[in-house]
Design a protein. Sequence first.
Length: 546
Amino acid sequence: MSFTPLKSPFLPPEIELPEFVLPAVLPDDVGALKSLLQAQQSALGAVRQQAMREAHNYIIRMIEQSVLARQRLFGVSSEQLSAQSRLFDEAETLAQSTADAQDVAVLPAETAAQDDKAPKARGKRGPLSPELKRVDVLHDVPENERTCPCGTPMVEIGQDISEQLDIVPMQVRVLRHIRKRYGCPGSVHAPVTAALPPQPLPKSNASADFLAMLLTVKYVDGLPLARFENVLERHGTPVPRQTLARWVIGAGRMLQPLHNLMRDTLLDGTVIHVDETVVQVLKEANRKATANSYMWVQTGGPPGKPVVLFDYDPSRSAEVPLRLLGDYRGYLMTDGYTGYAKLAKIEGVEHLVCFAHVRRRFVEAVRVQPKGKRGRADEAVALIGKLYGIERDHKDATDAARLLARQQLSVPALAALKAWMVATLPAVTPQSALGKALAYMQKYWSRLTRYTERGDLPIDNNRAENSIRPFVVGRKAWLFSDTPAGAHASAVIYSLVETAKASGLEPYAWLRRVMRSLPLAKTVDDVEALLPWNLHSLDLASETVP
């Protein structure tokens, strides 16, 4: 005879209570029968206790997931306090903080010494950039007020100068290319017409500077083409967004050689950071419009040649990073996503894992703790904070000095963190937020600590995450790509503008030079001369629009 204990409706469905079997023939001895019943009751009690523990852990997991869901929806999006909570009262906050500031920025005296390290006075604006064009507006005293009370005419003894920031609205104009034509006076020979210089998009009526502005407003300022269409229409120049989209795709094809050269430079570096984020493409063959595709970002490059590369692919499989970086040999910094495993197994590729992702998991564990109480997750955050403090203190040090600091300070701090991890793991429920954070850190421990081997290795993948942020911000505005061609063009153009920014160049000025010069390039050397690290910001700023 067998029976199953009644299951509480509060238990999670994955908990199975076992059946208890009684012998077919009960013993005649009352003592034996009593012992059998006690054994059955004891077993049932043990099962009940296990079920209660499982139910308790299940409820804790549900509570933690609820708290984290609320944090993701309504809380700040980073581990530090951000300005998101002040988004809607920004104007009031800024106005209040500058209530005592002057409306006009008074120029400082030329003889006043400027100390960069001295704290700036509250409520005082700094001078406007000296690189901006100055337009003088003269204000004179009326002639009838220039007579001194003593009766003599006043003489000019000086002037007070103040400056205001002004802006001239965007000017849309038409460039008329006038090509002279010469012919034979006797009409014997064919006429000769001046050649039109090569254009970025020969079959369009978009100039090089227009294309540079189009790419800047979309990929640097995050303005969707539909809104830029409205801007052009306000200026009396209606250009359909479909036409703008074709120009963007055409510009992406034209800029592809620069993207290829940047990849060659990226592979020459000793460390490459890799990350990926989703992008939606509406019209992709054999895929639903709601399916997720991916934009892969890689950052790195030799010293003085920072590279940021975006690549579009509909898949998130391990074959994608293998295709993009299969020829690379060096250190590879990623998060814990298993899609990088194949690439990391190639001989000559040394895999590092991001410590920021570990810290982020412990921060989530802190958030689900009871308010006002310090728990084990706080201890982990503090221990990891010591590691980041060492990195912060030696941020500007040489690689040799940083390596020495890591060996003397970071290695003991890591040993303390590992000892804490080993001691804490058995006492924590594996499926809790803290348990998952501990399991993640334990799984990747050997790759998390490899950054101490050298002074030039990163502790985390923040470089890739910071590089991908402009794409994520822009995605919130334009939401999706219409076609794979558009997504690929976006990858190329994001690569170019982010690499230019990493080299300290103003994106529009650099794109304008590229759009003007790339159609004239005839050799690889001509194209390579346009790479951001081969140009200087002063040269770009000195250019004048024809």
